[in-house]
Design a protein around this ligand. Structure first.
Ligand SMILES: [Zn+2]
Length: 74
């Protein structure tokens, strides 16, 4: 969302002037804020991948251990 510092409010993309400025004070709106606000949400945190790897290793081990147990029963 484009942000205008002097007016202290968010601007809808449709309300911006042709130059991408604020319709009230004509200051260029801070469009960079929009990309900076969206990016951290799209990327998963590092500890999420640690959990995924740990889960895969654990389930992989359970599968091997289960296979050994089945072979032992025969
Ligand atoms: Zn403004």
């Amino acid at each position: 969302m484009p942000w205008c510092d002097p007016c202290d409010k968010y601007l809808t993309p449709n309300s911006l002037s042709d130059e991408g400025g604020c319709p009230t004070c004509d200051t260029k709106a801070d469009v960079q804020d929009m990309a900076a606000a969206v990016q951290p949400v799209a990327k998963a945190p590092w500890h999420f991948w640690v959990m995924v790897v740990a889960l895969v290793l654990y389930l992989g081990w359970r599968l091997i251990a289960g296979g050994i147990w089945i072979v032992d029963q025969i």
